[in-house]
Design a protein around this ligand. Sequence first.
Ligand SMILES: Nc1nc2c(c(=O)[nH]1)N[C@H]1C(S)=C(S)[C@@H](COP(=O)(O)O)O[C@H]1N2
Ligand SMILES: [Mo]
Length: 318
Amino acid sequence: MLIKRLRGWEAPGRDITPEEDFFSRRAAMTSAAVIGGAIAVGGLGITAARADAPPPGIPASAMRYKPGRALTAQKVAETYNNFYEFSTDKDLWQMAQSFPQRPWSIAFDGMVEKPFTIAIDDLLKQMPIEERVYRHRCVEAWAMTVPWTGFALSKLVALAKPTAGAKYIVFTSDADPKVMPGLGGFMPWPYVEALTLAEANNELAFIGTGLYGKPMPPQNGGPIRLVTPWKYGFKSGKSIVKISFADKQPDTFWAQLAPDEYGFWANVNPAFPHPRWSQAQERLIGTDQVVDTQIYNGYGQWAASLYAGMPQTRKLFM
Ligand SMILES: Nc1nc2c(c(=O)[nH]1)N[C@H]1C(S)=C(S)[C@@H](COP(=O)(O)O)O[C@H]1N2
Ligand SMILES: [Mo]
């Protein structure tokens, strides 16, 4: 009997299909989807999932955090990016195609039982790969809804074995001047972002290794990135090469660059405007829709208890 070993970007139950098929099949199934609880909102095979019915090709389990929105068109999610190591322009995806994704390894250090380095493919073999459709809210007031493949961050924390005093997990992104023309200048490279260990162990916190059923494109943070859907997108570091554990809150990239605008917590909240723009609404990329932003990006059911004992001030939401 043939035992199929899932690759790192595959998830059990996913009907792996080349994207062209995936989208034309979705368009073809639009009328069927109406019966299944989704309605067509016109144009380009975009459907709005009314009752979080899974789009074709996506397992029902991927919908358990109730995205409640149509998937962003794959082409849009993969060609409209923030990755300042390459460029501050959104159309950097072509530049990122020469970013080598193998060999790739991740070093674990700081407050762990024993520091170690693991090759990405060895890590993927050990992790329970699944797929999750999440909304993503950038602090710049745009949003997307995409199917990530990967595994719960809590599984990675367990593998790393932090010591009793560790309180923070720190993610360092790759910084390779040979392939990243945006490095240098005044920015505090490398890109470092962090979570508390309590946040990292929250069930929503996810490590993304794939997107739309394929390996994570380099421009989206391949081969491995963080995904924290209740926080502004800048917390989710891309192309991670090091994960450290610490007992003190580290200096993070955005908090160093613009401390009055971007904080450590970065929880989404429409009631606290950015100093230069409102956070009340968000633009769904690839469409002309603008929708209301929700506290914790709509994930309060899972995330709000993390902050129950804290002052609900701007600091928690910037
Ligand atoms: N290393 C690194 N990670 C990063 C960024 C970056 O510039 N460099 N941008 C962040 C921001 S602001 C957002 S909104 C998301 C964008 O992810 P996407 O391009 O996959 O949509 O990546 C985040 N992670
Ligand atoms: Mo962002």
